[in-house]
Design a protein around this ligand. Structure first.
Ligand code: ACO
Ligand code: ZN
Length: 313
C-alpha cells in the first residue's frame, strides 16, 4: 500500500514523538531546512510545535498551557471530542485584516505533521480560509489528537462568484462541493474506525450546509478503501430499508454523498442496470444482505445530537 513512497521525495524525518507515541513516518514533509536530517522530531501534542531534542520538548511542556487544539469544541460524545480550528491565508489576511495570526502556527504545524503520512497532497492552497476538524480522545491530562480532516474555502474572492455563476448556468441548484481536502488518522490509532468516523462527520457537516459533498482527488489507496467502505455501508443500509424503490438523486439528498460516488459504489457492487437510457438500482434483499456481511465493520458512529455547529458563511 505504500508503493508511492519510492516515487516521492526522499523521506527526511524517520520518526516523531507525539504524546505517548513514537511513530515511524511514511513520506517526505517540507519542514524548514534546519530540521532536515533530524532522525527524530519531538512534537508537543497540544500546540504541535516541534523540536529537535527531547530536553527542548520537556522545557516546552512546562510552559505550554494548551490542553486541546486551539478552536471551538463542536462535538463531544463520551471521551471523543471534535475541535474546529480555522485560519486565514496571507492573501485573505491582507484583504480583510481579520485576526488570523491566532491559529496560523498550529495549522502549519498540523500540515507538516500530516504530510509525513500523505504522499501526494498539496499542503498550501491559494484559498482564503482553512478549516481543520481535529478529533481527540480526552482524559484528565488533556485532549489527545487521533486524526483530523481539513476543508478549504474560497470565501469572498472573485472565484466564488464565477463558481456560483457556473452553477447557475448548469442549473445545479443543490450545490456540490468538496467537503474534505485531507484526512488522516495517526498511525497508532488506525484501523479502529476513526477514519470512517471522520468521513461520516464530513458528510454530517455537508448535511447541515444543505450541500452534497465529495472528497478532493486524488485519493490515496487507504483513503479510497475507507471511502468505499463508508459509501458501501451507508448506501446498503438505506437500500435495505427502502427495497429498491429509490433513485440515486434521493440517495444523494439523504446522505449528502455526490451522485457520481453513489453510482460508482453501486456499480462496483453490481447493483445498477441501464434501462431505457437510465441507471436503475436493482437490489435483491438477499444480494444486499450478502454485500452487507462482506462490508465489514461500520466505523465509530457520529451521534448527530452531540454536534453543535452552524455552517460557515
Ligand atoms: N490495510 C487494508 N485496509 C485498510 C487499512 C490497511 N492498513 N487501513 C484501512 N483500511 C481500510 C479497511 O477497509 C477499513 O475498514 P475495516 O477496518 O472495517 O476493514 C477502512 O479502510 C477504514 O478503516 P478505519 O479504521 O475507519 O480508518 P482509519 O482510522 O485507519 O483511517 C485513513 C483511514 C484516514 C485513510 C488512514 O489510513 C490514513 O490516515 N492514511 C494515511 C493518510 C491518507 O492516505 N489519507 C487519505 C488521503 S486522500 C484525501 O485526503 C482526500
Ligand atoms: Zn505546546
Amino acid at each position: 500500500l505504500r508503493e508511492h513512497e519510492e516515487f516521492t521525495k526522499v523521506k527526511n524525518i524517520a520518526k516523531i514523538e507525539l504524546g505517548r507515541y513514537e511513530i515511524d513516518t511514511w513520506y517526505f514533509s517540507p519542514f524548514p531546512p534546519e530540521y532536515n536530517d533530524c532522525p527524530k522530531l519531538f512534537f508537543c501534542e497540544f500546540c504541535l510545535n516541534f523540536m529537535k531534542r527531547k530536553e527542548q520538548l520537556q522545557r516546552h511542556m512546562r510552559k505550554c498551557d494548551l490542553k486541546h487544539p486551539p478552536g471551538d469544541e463542536i462535538y463531544r460524545s463520551g471521551t471523543l471530542s471534535m475541535f474546529e480550528v480555522t485560519f486565514y491565508s496571507n492573501k485573505a489576511l491582507a484583504q480583510w485584516q481579520v485576526d488570523g495570526k491566532k491559529n496560523k502556527v498550529y495549522g502549519q504545524n498540523l500540515c507538516y505533521l500530516a504530510k509525513l503520512f500523505l504522499d501526494h497532497k498539496t499542503l498550501y492552497y491559494d484559498v482564503d480560509l482553512f478549516l481543520f476538524y481535529v478529533l481527540c480522545e480526552c482524559d484528565d491530562r488533556g485532549c489527545h489528537m487521533v486524526g483530523y480532516f481539513s476543508k478549504v474555502k474560497f470565501a469572498m474572492l472573485l472565484f466564488s462568484i464565477i463558481y456560483e455563476l457556473m452553477m447557475l448556468l448548469h442549473e445545479k441548484h443543490s450545490e456540490e462541493s468538496y467537503n474534505l481536502a485531507c484526512i488522516l488518522t495517526l498511525p497508532p490509532y488506525q484501523r479502529k474506525g476513526y477514519g470512517k468516523f471522520l468521513i461520516a462527520f464530513s458528510y454530517e457537516l455537508s448535511k447541515k450546509e444543505g450541500k452534497v459533498g465529495t472528497p478532493e482527488r486524488p485519493l490515496s489507496d487507504l483513503g479510497l478503501l475507507s471511502y468505499r467502505g463508508y459509501w458501501t455501508r451507508v448506501l446498503l443500509e438505506i437500500l435495505k430499508k427502502h427495497k429498491s424503490n429509490i433513485s440515486i438523486k434521493e440517495l444523494s439528498d439523504m446522505t449528502a454523498i455526490k451522485a457520481d460516488d453513489i453510482l460508482s459504489t453501486l456499480q462496483s457492487l453490481d447493483l445498477i442496470q441501464y434501462r431505457k437510457g437510465q441507471h436503475v438500482i436493482c437490489a435483491d434483499p438477499k444480494v444486499l444482505d450478502r454485500h452487507l456481511k462482506a462490508a465489514g465493520r461500520g466505523g465509530l458512529e457520529v451521534d448527530v445530537s452531540k454536534l453543535i455547529w452552524t455552517p460557515y458563511k
